[in-house]
Design a protein around this ligand. Structure first.
Ligand code: AMP
Ligand code: MN
Ligand code: MN
Ligand code: MN
Length: 275
């Protein structure tokens, strides 16, 4: 099974439209696919239609921004019903927060002598409700502030830099609750990216499980092979289902292309085992 259950379209900070993402997944041999835009489900209808035309199995997904113990984590919802009122309202509240944060980022950049970044970021955003740091990054590259998006993040958009704005996302309990209310399964995205020390990471896994969370990404674009092993151990210990997803955002903005990562360790139970 070539499952890819994590990627982005122009409805959040990806570079391809929902239909284009599905076409690329199909061309790369993916046979079970989910689109998981940040805090938005607006691309799912088009993605499902394209997947149907191509005979590709598709499940509705989303990647929810969460603040836990003062830092940002991402929780993926898979097989969600995008019409669920609880989920829709929750995601709307996060998107409103994004709009406020975008203004603050622009003010912060302006104070550092960079004008027009809010308008600039919007020019790179197809979905005006979903402004991401990635859109600011593309504007800053265009403005000649850094050679590429990766460099721009290091210089401007991370903690301690002029374009950094602290932000409170959803709570872990709310995010998992909305996913479950929408009939979905909640999965911890790219745990290897979180900077918690070991005891705090374990506390995070426990709390996620207590909230009703069920899965963890093992094989994902941001993980090294050592991290596949590390988080496979966590999956065994905490009884989590295992997920695999590239987190593809588009050419030049991704660690991995759709459907190209190694398979999950054979003894783990895949999140799709009973789909
Ligand atoms: P936001 O959710 O608006 O804070 O933006 C986070 C997004 O920015 C992530 O989903 C990535 O797509 C992108 N991103 C975050 N950190 C980096 C980085 N160091 N280099 C490139 N892209 C990044
Ligand atoms: Mn992103
Ligand atoms: Mn993420
Ligand atoms: Mn992602």
């Amino acid at each position: 099974m070539n499952a890819d259950l994590h990627c982005h379209s122009t409805e959040s900070d990806g570079l391809l439209s929902p239909r284009e993402v599905v076409a690329r997944a199909a061309a790369n041999g993916v046979d079970l696919f989910s689109l998981t835009d940040h805090d938005a489900t607006s691309g799912l209808e088009a993605a499902r239609a394209e997947a149907k035309e191509r005979g590709l199995r598709f499940v509705e997904g989303v990647e929810i921004s969460v603040t836990w113990h003062g830092s940002t984590v991402h929780i993926i919802g898979l097989r969600i019903d995008p019409q669920s009122a609880a989920l829709r309202e929750g995601l709307e509240s996060i998107r409103r927060g994004r709009a406020t944060r975008a203004q603050k980022i622009a003010e912060s950049l302006s104070a550092a002598g960079i004008r027009g970044s809010l308008e600039g970021a919007h020019r790179y955003a197809d979905n005006p409700e979903l402004i991401s740091r990635a859109h600011f990054a593309r504007f800053l590259v265009e403005a000649g502030r850094a050679p590429d998006v990766k460099n721009v993040f290091q210089r401007y958009l991370v903690k301690g830099r002029p374009g950094w704005v602290a932000h409170q996302w959803a709570s872990l309990q709310d995010a998992v609750g909305w996913i479950r209310a929408a009939g979905g399964v909640a999965v911890i995205a790219h745990p290897g990216r979180y900077e918690y020390e070991r005891p705090e990471m374990r506390e995070f896994f426990k709390e996620f499980r207590n909230c009703g969370g069920a899965g963890i990404e093992i094989v994902t674009g941001a993980h090294t092979p050592e991290q596949y092993h590390e988080f496979a151990k966590s999956a065994r210990e905490f009884g989590f289902l295992a997920s695999r997803g590239s987190d593809y955002h588009g050419k030049g903005e991704s660690h991995a292309d759709l459907g190209t990562l190694p398979p999950l360790p054979g003894d783990l139970k895949p999140v799709w085992h009973d789909w």
